[in-house]
Ligand binder design. Structure first.
Ligand SMILES: [Ca+2]
Ligand SMILES: [Ca+2]
Ligand SMILES: [Ca+2]
Length: 558
């Protein structure tokens, strides 16, 4: 077959061109792939457990907290707008009740905010938070989960009878094919000083057996006593607001978290998202990673290094620092800007990709997103959200979508302006009819069945104005695919013409089923709908020398 193609090629190209081609039998085994990591196949739906869906009012603890209640604490803004810093009832049952919704949208994994026990009162210290405010913890509760107290214990707001964490992970996996991503913190516990009077659980850390291991005792970090065993879990310096700054130099702290997160992995967590990773030194992560992977060899972890400098965040991805992937914050910035600004140019997306000579251990293993719970929700039109998803699910990286984006929920708002508002079953029912949801479901399910879109090398063609064209190519273990992705973020249909690296053969457009039989040196010209995506797929070995050379270059310098 290959010989026949070469002979045909010689007939058109002439003997000299044929003679310069690599030997056919070396091409058969050539491997082209962005990453072979199993987790690259996943697409992640991110939800704030407390704010997703209240599936069981029995665990709401509406009367918790005494003089510092924890349930439903609204922040009131102008024009009747509200945010909320109390618990609002979301739980494991609410997630499981909507597992089919998440699966049907095309997601294969759910990242839930931390599930471990947080304090049972609102924080009375710090500076009071108000509507639209930031960097103040006064008056807040641990509804978000990032204020751990006992890292071995599920917070009382989440489980139901017969639905502990292990039951949830098992049901999601066995009945819906969904993996669970555990959100982990090692940098800090709960707020730990400036309380008018010391509040229970704040600044405290408990062991698996329920024993008190550490207590900040409402002292400022500078007042901690290095000789007091209860203080040795903490750094004597402030880090983030009043949060207890855990001492990453203390081997007991490392042991504690390796044990705790190893325990949750044994309860069915499939991957870890690591909070505030840049606040903890690399040597800690190297040991943490080595010890967890000793028992979980392929464990995928991705960190939140909230920074727009790729060289900085990429440090975590290096093997010497633990080989931990990261959320692509530079990508987030670019993606959000491009798709919320109609006059933007697709070319503005090229810089963050770092497909060659970049700082990342492997750019194809980054988790990609355009907003989350810690920033303003993307302020885009429905078309902008649709375009963002069309890009996210076809370009390099593992897509992460924050709950509510399927209907552009609370778009443009920051954390305490509505971006963390309760989502709820009623909104989910509305989302199922929303145009953003319809298009997301279409492209996410396409990625789910096409390995080239999950792990293929990305070969960029033209990125100009509202048009983008690129290939994703994979040739691995007897499977070979070339996906040609055509994107249009404009308000009217546009024709995109591609000739560069275009292989002869049978191509099929994956949404419409249209087919094309291309000869060598043919061009492909296709009309892409407004805010649309077209994906042409060619199955079979990569046999075009120019494309082979490009793929070899991308591989050599990835
Ligand atoms: Ca509940
Ligand atoms: Ca609690
Ligand atoms: Ca720290």
């Amino acid at each position: 077959m290959r010989l026949k193609q070469c002979l045909l090629g010689c007939a058109t190209l002439g003997l000299a061109a044929c003679a310069s081609q690599p030997q056919p039998n070396t091409q058969v085994s050539a491997q082209y792939v962005g990453t072979t990591h199993p987790f690259a196949s996943e697409a992640i739906y991110f939800l704030i457990t407390d704010r997703f869906v209240d599936g069981d009012p029995a665990n709401n603890h509406e009367n918790q907290g005494g003089e510092h209640p924890t349930f439903n604490l609204p922040l009131t803004g102008p024009d009747g707008k509200t945010a909320n810093v109390g618990y609002m009832g979301g739980d494991f049952r609410g997630v499981l009740n909507n597992a089919a919704f998440i699966r049907d949208m095309g997601f294969t994994a759910i990242w839930m905010t931390p599930i471990v026990d947080n304090p049972d009162q609102a924080f009375a210290g710090g500076e009071p938070i108000s509507f639209g405010g930031a960097f103040k913890d006064g008056g807040k509760t641990g509804y978000h989960g990032y204020w751990g107290v006992n890292f071995f214990k599920v917070d009382e707001h989440y489980p139901s009878a017969g639905l502990e964490y292990a039951d949830l992970t098992r049901s999601l996996r066995e009945h819906y094919g969904i993996k669970t991503v555990l959100d982990v913190v090692t940098n800090h516990g709960s707020p730990s000083f400036t309380m008018p009077t010391d509040q229970p659980k704040f600044g405290e850390i408990y062991g698996k057996d329920g024993r008190l291991l550490a207590d900040h005792q409402n002292l400022s970090p500078g007042q901690l006593d290095a000789d007091n065993p209860l203080h040795q879990f903490f750094h004597p310096e402030e880090d983030i607001l009043q949060l207890s700054n855990l001492n990453d130099e203390n081997p007991d702290v490392l042991d504690y978290f390796v044990d705790a997160y190893g325990y949750w992995l044994s309860q069915g967590a499939a991957a870890l998202r690591i909070d505030t990773i840049k606040h903890v030194p690399h040597h800690f992560w190297k040991q943490f990673s080595d010890r967890l992977r000793a028992h979980n060899p392929d464990l995928f972890m991705f960190g939140e290094s909230y920074d727009y400098n790729a060289n900085f965040i990429a440090q975590h991805t290096l093997a010497k620092n633990g080989g931990i992937s990261v959320l692509d914050f530079p990508g987030q910035q670019a993606i959000s800007k491009v798709f919320s600004t109609p006059q933007s140019d697709f070319a503005e997306l090229l810089d963050y990709l770092h497909l060659t000579h970049g700082p990342y251990a492997n750019p194809y293993e980054l988790t990609t997103f355009y907003d989350n719970h810690d920033m303003a929700r993307m302020n885009a039109s429905d078309g902008g959200f649709i375009d963002a998803h069309n890009w996210l699910f076809t370009s390099r990286g593992i897509p992460v979508v924050y709950m509510g984006s399927e209907m552009g929920y609370m778009r443009g708002t920051v954390e305490h302006q509505g971006n963390r508002n309760y989502y709820g079953q009623d909104n989910i029912e509305l989302a199922k009819q929303h145009p953003i949801h319809a298009q997301l479901q279409r492209v996410a399910n396409l990625r789910k069945r096409i390995p080239a879109l999950q792990r293929g090398l990305q070969v960029n063609l033209d990125f100009v104005g509202d048009q983008a064209a690129f290939y994703r190519v994979v040739q691995l273990d007897g499977m070979a695919q070339t996906a040609l992705v055509l994107l249009n973020k404009g308000d009217s249909p546009t024709t995109i013409k591609v000739q560069r690296y275009l292989q002869a053969g049978h191509w099929q457009e994956q949404f419409s089923g249209e087919v094309l039989a291309l000869e060598e040196e043919d061009a492909l010209s296709d009309e892409v709908p407004a805010h649309g995506v077209r994906v042409w797929l060619r199955e079979g070995p990569i046999n075009l020398p120019q494309l082979q050379a490009k793929l070899q270059e991308l591989t050599a310098h990835r």
